[in-house]
Design a protein around this ligand. Structure first.
Ligand SMILES: [Zn+2]
Ligand SMILES: [Zn+2]
Length: 277
């Protein structure tokens, strides 16, 4: 997403001065960049002070004369029906003076469109919608007005591995039903170290949907120190197909369980018993 749009209006000031408008630049970054922070160079076109006339709008060497429109008053009076309306002079912008000859490069506006590039440091922990302000990198002002600012608006791309909730990260990890029953350890993806992996111990008897917490492996806190947490939600995979050897062993396991068809949750069995009473 690369676009520059006008953000705030330039403020009009005395003597034809006008502050430059603020600009908005939308930038898309990955979740990893949001985690680590990044430095991005962004390029855009914006009105900049004309270097031929130094922003004055006057052709170098040309004299500054009294404005012919307002006669130097800076205001003009126009009639609208029964009313007389006093306005800032449109020719000189209220200064009462204007260059005899307008700048040949900018046509007297004092500004020209120029390509610019700005380095932006994106701090670790940013989230979508947050704005970074680059002071003075907006539109140039008119006739000595202040330049506007550049606002860089962050968009963090959705990750297919991690779901972000503020400073916490969630990821879903499938494990085999045998591992859930017997216990063991697995490697899970993480943003919190260079290898991108961290080992997680699965205790014997782990149930579907169990949420494991990996403390301080979430997103860095933008304000304040430390990190959020990473949570790993396990999904238990039941094999869709068994070969004959696997089937034989599972049947032996079922036999070893005794009443092979009954679920192990006694609370549920008791509820069913009461239901039929
Ligand atoms: Zn005038
Ligand atoms: Zn110029």
């Amino acid at each position: 997403m690369v676009s520059v749009t006008f953000f705030g209006g330039g403020e009009s000031r005395r003597g034809g001065q006008q502050d430059g408008a603020d600009l908005r630049y939308d930038i898309e970054i990955s979740l990893k960049e949001a985690y680590q922070g990044a430095e991005k160079e962004i390029s855009y076109r914006a009105a900049a002070s004309c270097d031929h006339c130094n922003g004055s709008g006057a052709e170098p060497g040309s004299k500054v004369v009294t404005c012919p429109t307002c006669g130097g008053a800076g205001r003009v009076v126009t009639s609208r029906g029964f009313f007389q309306v006093q306005q800032t002079c449109p020719t000189c912008g209220g200064s009462g003076r204007k260059p005899e000859k307008a700048c040949s490069k900018c046509g007297g506006e004092g500004r020209v469109l120029k390509s610019r590039s700005v380095k932006v440091r994106i701090p670790p922990g940013v989230d979508t919608g947050q704005k970074l302000r680059s002071v003075g990198n907006g539109e140039a002002g008119l006739m000595g007005g202040h330049p506007g600012d550049l606002y860089v608006v962050i968009h963090v791309k959705e990750s297919d591995l991690f779901e972000r909730h503020g400073e916490d990260l969630y990821c879903d990890v499938p494990i085999k039903f045998t591992l859930a029953a017997l216990g063991g350890s697995i490697e899970v993806p993480t943003l919190s170290n260079e290898s991108g992996r961290v080992s997680l111990k699965i205790p014997a008897g782990t149930q579907p949907g169990t949420l494991f917490k990996l403390p301080d492996r979430g997103m860095p806190r933008l304000r304040g120190a430390g990190h959020g947490h990473q949570f790993v939600r396990v999904h238990i995979e039941v094999p869709k197909k068994l070969n004959s050897d696997q089937r034989k062993h599972l049947e032996a396991f079922a036999t070893a369980c005794g009443d092979a068809d009954a679920p192990m949750d006694e609370g549920f069995l008791n509820k069913v018993k009461r239901f039929f009473e």
